[in-house]
Design a protein around this ligand. Sequence first.
Ligand code: SAH
Ligand code: SF4
Ligand code: F3S
Length: 461
Amino acid sequence: MTENTYYIEKLKQLIEEKSIEAGRRLTACTVTFGCQMNARDSEKLTGILRESGFELTESENADFVIFNTCTVRDNADQRTFGHLGRISHLKKKNPLMKVAVCGCMMQEKGNVEKIKKSYPFVDLVFGTHNLYRFAEYLWEVYSTDQKVREIWDKTDSIVEDLPIERKYPFKSGINIMFGCDNFCSYCIVPYVRGRERSREPGEIIRETEALARDGVSEVMLLGQNVNSYGKGLEDPISFAELLDEVCKVDGIRRVRFMTPHPKDLSYDLIRAVRDNPKAARHIHLPLQSGSDRILKRMNRHYTKERFIELAQKIREEIPDVSITTDIIVGFPGETPEDVDDTIDVIERVGFDNAYTFIYSKRRGTPAAAMEDQVPADVVKAGFDRVLAAVQKSARERAQLLQGRVMEALVEEVNAQKEGYVTGRLSTNMVVHVPGDASMIGSYVPVLLEECRGFYYFGKIV
Ligand code: SAH
Ligand code: SF4
Ligand code: F3S
């Protein structure tokens, strides 16, 4: 019996007793902010809650609410504080209610202090490194009625086999590595997620096989810099080799990955995607900036020309591939000419889509100490120009698919348009087609009829 199952067994009895006392089953809600990795962590938290006997709900008006936080930009922090402010009112009305906060934001001392002071009703606080002890903390909170706050500075371990409650039956993320060693000068992730560590390939394949047996056909391999996967393992293996192995698993039809770093993207990986029909025709390749001067200050280790060359190579080798990116506007010292360089890359690469972010100062990062922070109005002007360029590029790329028939995985019923379902192409493009819930999880050939900017309306043929 693992420690987790030990605590889950104990919790089961306790939650059962409390449910009987309350005259209803206790409910639990997981609220997630941030990236795919946080989403995967939340599936583990929710899995433990389910195993412990809670009834899962989407509503924050629950008996147990856990916020899995993100701190990559200030607005992520503010969203969490907003939710905590609102939950305090619900907690006053429900004496059974307990509230937990975990995740990246909790690895920042200032935030834990703020929770203690401004949101003293929070019952449980833990960080990213001790997430796997959630069952034990939950037991402590429920058996003692005391507040539990435990943050670890780091961890070397990777804990396997936590229970998982997947959000989608047909697709799943799979962690292949944790942490990040790149220390881009604006980014807080290496500080809150710790040093890079790769999971054993055998464990990844075992998890993929188990998912496939459970009905999953699309997986996304997750890591902050997937190209450096395998470093430090006893039998080192490259990411391209891992991708091949995962594609071999029976029942898996599509394999995605997130995120490669341009500095480490090898031609081997481009070839592995090209030669593997199961590898999705989509590469998310974060640019951040198109200016060599800014890229250097960001500690990104590539140049504008190197990035463009890589993108061209990807397009040459992989027909129909889509390339998406992340861009930051307003990094310290950025001038309108630097923004021109970013726009030049957008136009020359022709991104299929991009997330554009306004630079957010993160405490403790090298960029936060840089003196030439850019005034807000200058940032806004640059941001608008970048956004317009991204939208133009995305529209042009999307239009190229007009009239094509492509395979879509149906993901959900369309909430806006009655009688429609929403699917996703291998390129990650979204398409809405007539259909019903019975089609969810199936692959269908779709005629892309009507381009609406970044997505299509179509029909099954
Ligand atoms: N590991 C991935 C992504 C990590 S965070 C990578 O290297 O690309 C996701 C995105 O958030 C980044 O690509 C970046 O564009 C953005 N980001 C990170 N820190 C930021 C900050 N301080 N301000 C604004 N955007 C930021
Ligand atoms: Fe942050 Fe850079 Fe690591 Fe991505 S690679 S998580 S941007 S430090
Ligand atoms: Fe946010 Fe943590 Fe992901 S800071 S972006 S949730 S790794």
